[in-house]
Design a protein around this ligand. Structure first.
Ligand code: NI
Length: 258
């Protein structure tokens, strides 16, 4: 079984002590590749160091996370631009809107999102979207920019069936992780109607740990619990879930599969 973790922050402090063991366990669980979403410049170096240390396993993205759009966001955007001009990245991410924590910089979040979508188009890269309490708004921005060439994923999708259909119609994938295993999540019913063809797997490690480890640190090897849940929802084997979602992830990150 070959799995791809399309979203994990394995460069964060939570993993500094035992990253080699974390990656070994990922290997044993069949996780072949792990895509690292950027947050802001304070984490660029740890992210790029992790990628340099494990180049076959860890692939970096570049972008400014909406929760880190603050007073200095124009400086941060400039750094994102500089990095994208300097070397290839797997995607522009994670970018988007977050209206859950704080709306102080709502206007700036929109500006940063639009600018980074433009960068993705310029470099022909997919975008990895963070859309907490803002899925509809993010879909609108994607539709506005969609010229048939924009692609990407709604990371940690947890919306309604109607929103899921809109995401697929916009040509995007849905990132599915530990939330799927949570008791009050309405997600299984939504996905059951939608099918497997537009789903990719993700952990968002160290966050959003699947049951039975909910509350503990998440890591890429726990992807197998998400696979098991999807297999149950669709009444297929875990191998089939792996095959389809890995094939989707390869299409999503096609520039990293020469
Ligand atoms: Ni994330």
């Amino acid at each position: 079984m070959i799995l791809i973790d399309t979203h994990a922050h394995l460069y964060l402090e939570e993993f500094r002590e035992d990253i080699s063991a974390v990656l070994d366990r990922a290997d044993k669980a069949g996780v072949d590749r792990i895509y690292l979403p950027a947050i802001d410049s304070s984490e660029h170096l740890p992210m790029l160091e992790l990628e340099a240390k494990f180049p076959d396993k860890c692939l970096a993205m570049m972008g400014l996370h909406p929760c880190y759009v603050k007073e200095n966001y124009l400086d941060e955007l400039q750094l994102v631009k500089d990095w994208l001009a300097k070397r290839p990245f797997a995607a522009v991410g994670e970018i988007g809107l977050d209206f859950y924590w704080d709306r102080t910089f709502e206007e700036q979040q929109y500006i940063a999102f639009r600018e980074q979508i433009a960068l993705a188009r310029q470099y022909e890269l997919p975008i990895v979207i963070h859309s907490r309490n803002s899925t509809q708004e993010c879909i609108e921005l994607v539709k506005e920019a969609q010229d048939g060439r924009l692609s990407g994923v709604f990371h940690c999708f947890s919306g309604s069936y109607e929103l899921a259909k809109e995401v697929v119609k916009a040509g995007f994938y849905l990132g599915i992780g530990g939330v799927l295993t949570y008791k009050n999540a309405g997600l299984p019913a939504v996905l059951e109607k939608l099918g497997l063809d537009h789903l990719v797997l993700e952990t968002d490690a160290p966050y959003l740990t699947p049951v039975p480890f909910r509350g503990k640190r998440n890591e890429s090897s726990y992807l197998s619990y998400v696979v098991a849940k999807l297999a149950e929802i669709f009444s297929v084997s875990p191998e089939e879930v792996a095959e389809i979602t890995t094939s989707n992830a390869r299409k999503l990150f096609k520039s990293t599969f020469p």
